[in-house]
Design a protein around this ligand. Structure first.
Ligand code: IPD
Ligand code: CA
Ligand code: CA
Length: 257
């Protein structure tokens, strides 16, 4: 196991532990880009903790985390971190959220870790090394027909004001698949594609920290990831489609209908 994977696993567990301990305590909630874009004191505390741990061990690396400005590095490595994915859930006491930590080398994701502290599920992947949950290999589902699919999706924080709001895609998929879930954590959505709970996932207007670890997990678990035209997902995470591979073409068709 590489040193960066080892560190990502350790730090994800540490931040997740803090989230679990403070889950039932009162929290401070503020808004960011819009009245529905929340941040809690626990998001900020986890961001700070993860940054400190990573820079203590790899002081030359760059660091992009959701709650602070980017730290430019002097090595070819950059960490991409969502300290708490599922903040709206966390703020409401809805038990579904995770820590997401990825490490890129020259822009390519090499390490991805997602930790769900309430279920104690630690998802991990290393480029070329497969994907695992709590150390055991995982694979995507083998569902081949859209009508048997369980899909995940989500809505960005500009959903009240933007025309690009995912509602048309949502409607089209609802009419074609078995069911669609909107559970509130894009990182866990991707981890669930990787371990076969979901057959596919799509979302618009995500950020690099929402998807960096999860996309690697899906690919390493045998799935496929793309933008909405079938090309590579832009690192911005603007348009993300992830699937077990077998239903990818059918999902692209629904999206472009
Ligand atoms: C959000 C969650 C949600 C997704 C949003 C994300 P946050 O991240 O992943 O599922 O629909 O687009 O911004 O704010 O909880 O870290
Ligand atoms: Ca997020
Ligand atoms: Ca977050």
């Amino acid at each position: 196991m590489s040193g960066r994977l080892e560190l990502a696993l350790e730090v994800a567990r540490e931040a997740g532990g803090l989230q679990r301990r403070r889950f039932d305590e009162p929290r401070t909630i503020e808004t960011k880009s819009s009245p529905i874009d929340l941040v809690t004191d626990v998001d900020r505390a986890c961001d700070e903790l993860i940054r400190k741990r990573i820079l203590a061990r790899f002081p030359e690396d760059g660091l992009l985390t959701e709650e602070q400005t980017e730290h430019p590095g002097r090595s070819d490595w950059r960490w991409v971190v969502d300290p708490l994915d599922g903040t709206t859930n966390y703020a409401h006491g809805f038990p579904h959220f995770a820590v997401s930590i990825a490490a890129e080398f020259e822009g390519e994701t090499r390490v991805g870790v997602i930790f769900d502290p309430l279920r104690d599920e630690l998802f991990s992947a290393e480029l070329g090394g497969g994907a695992a949950r709590n150390g055991r290999p995982i694979r995507v589902s083998d569902t081949g027909e859209l009508q048997r699919c369980l899909l995940g999706t989500g809505f960005a924080y500009d959903v009240h004001s933007s025309e690009d709001d995912n509602l048309a895609h949502f409607r089209r998929f609802m009419k074609r698949v078995q069911a669609v879930r909107r559970a509130g954590s894009a990182a866990l959505d991707l981890a669930y594609v990787a371990c076969g709970r979901y057959d596919g996932f799509w979302e618009l207007n995500l950020h690099p920290w929402d998807v960096a670890a999860g996309l690697l997990l899906v690919r390493e678990a045998g799935g496929r990831t793309s933008d909405f035209d079938g090309g590579p997902v832009p690192s911005s995470g603007r348009r993300v489609l992830a699937s077990n591979g077998r239903v990818h073409a059918a999902m692209l068709e629904v999206i472009s209908a």
